[in-house]
Design a protein around this ligand. Sequence first.
Ligand SMILES: Nc1ncnc2c1ncn2[C@@H]1O[C@H](COP(=O)(O)OP(=O)(O)OP(=O)(O)O)[C@@H](O)[C@H]1O
Ligand SMILES: Nc1ncnc2c1ncn2[C@@H]1O[C@H](COP(=O)(O)OP(=O)(O)OP(=O)(O)O)[C@@H](O)[C@H]1O
Ligand SMILES: [Mg+2]
Ligand SMILES: [Mg+2]
Lengths: 222, 222
Amino acid sequence: VIELRNITKIYLTGNVEFAALKSVNLTVQEGDFTAIMGHSGSGKSTCMNIIGCLDRPTSGEYLFGGENVSKLSDSQLAEVRNKKIGFVFQSFNLLARTSAVQNVELPLVYSGAKNRRQKAESALISVGLAEKFANKPNELSGGQQQRVAIARALVNDPPVILADEPTGNLDSKSGEEIMKIFKALNEKGKTIVLITHEPDIAAFAKKRVYFKDGEIIKTEGE
Amino acid sequence: VIELRNITKIYLTGNVEFAALKSVNLTVQEGDFTAIMGHSGSGKSTCMNIIGCLDRPTSGEYLFGGENVSKLSDSQLAEVRNKKIGFVFQSFNLLARTSAVQNVELPLVYSGAKNRRQKAESALISVGLAEKFANKPNELSGGQQQRVAIARALVNDPPVILADEPTGNLDSKSGEEIMKIFKALNEKGKTIVLITHEPDIAAFAKKRVYFKDGEIIKTEGE
Ligand SMILES: Nc1ncnc2c1ncn2[C@@H]1O[C@H](COP(=O)(O)OP(=O)(O)OP(=O)(O)O)[C@@H](O)[C@H]1O
Ligand SMILES: Nc1ncnc2c1ncn2[C@@H]1O[C@H](COP(=O)(O)OP(=O)(O)OP(=O)(O)O)[C@@H](O)[C@H]1O
Ligand SMILES: [Mg+2]
Ligand SMILES: [Mg+2]
């Protein structure tokens, strides 16, 4: 469902070029559970942002569901992002002046779904935030904000879930509870790609891909 | 150097009261290296923000360097924060439109120090970011932003370092490099208080304090 072919991403800072991704090839099949690992700055988030149709590569091809993403219009891309992909950002990206439950409702507003409030509340309950529906992001702890971002990514029941360091701010018990949710979703057939630097979290995945300096240097697992 | 006596912090969300800290007592001696641990939402950051003079308790006394912080004026508090405390925020708190090196220079600007550029650059080199002086926060990876925040907290050579989850976005190698810096500073006599949910990171500390639901339930180590 996800196929990266010779994906390169070059950033320009001032007039200095920096290759964050160098001809990356990666395939994720439907129903896979893949963990992406690697040092800080090795290109994991850059790769995930391209997979999530949030950024375009400098060169190379990206096929999502068999379709070449570069051929899709902006509104088609927005449709793919809203209906097919749940994205958990490394920096959460919650709306600041909006309550937790309204943040989680947002994907349902865009997709025109019914029973938004009820679905948003049950997503928040599933990540352990039953008491925090009304809190705005700055009235939540770091790990609570992260869990709101996870609830928001899952509420629309997307077939593909992309999570960038979803447990970075969580203690091991809260982190394990999130991983159990991901595991259950994967057993129901969802495709999951997860970036993590924690080996115990990566151990929940079926496949592990290692990045170093913008390249994939190793792949483990089926 | 840090003494919390019956510190309570109550937040109001809408008209619901929530006690994030309930009569917390904690002493940190000069030269201590203390790790604060506990579940997501247990009150760690709330406690750290009070210790760092960034927030005031609802009740209780806080003595910093033997002085009651509530008796200090705003400008005296700003002086304590700038000269005596290096603070690493859980959410980094970097200036968005400013380069990495300018972000690290900021505490030196406030304290009127000499050789600011040189000191800021060597702080960034010590956290592994020699190639990233000119990058703005949105041109850096999550772990790189975190390391800029660490460099900024250390550049003024403060006697007390408060770090809230400083390795949350770092792979184990980068995380270990940061902990070695903290350990070396502690061996030079700096007082360090660190929040972490990772046991291997807490293992670098000499003392461990466990929070649960706004209270300290256990303390380990000398
Ligand atoms: N401004 C606020 N208004 C209301 N509640 C708040 C506010 N700030 C924090 N809280 C609540 O206080 C509790 C403690 O928050 P705190 O940020 O100290 O937790 P923490 O231990 O640092 O958690 P984490 O490990 O997730 O960062 C949480 O339940 C949080 O929702
Ligand atoms: N907009 C940008 N302009 C310039 N360089 C960038 C930009 N975005 C990212 N980079 C650089 O690209 C490299 C890869 O960044 P990326 O965010 O993908 O790393 P990462 O593997 O996710 O790291 P982390 O584990 O710290 O989150 C880094 O060296 C970073 O500085
Ligand atoms: Mg990243
Ligand atoms: Mg916190």
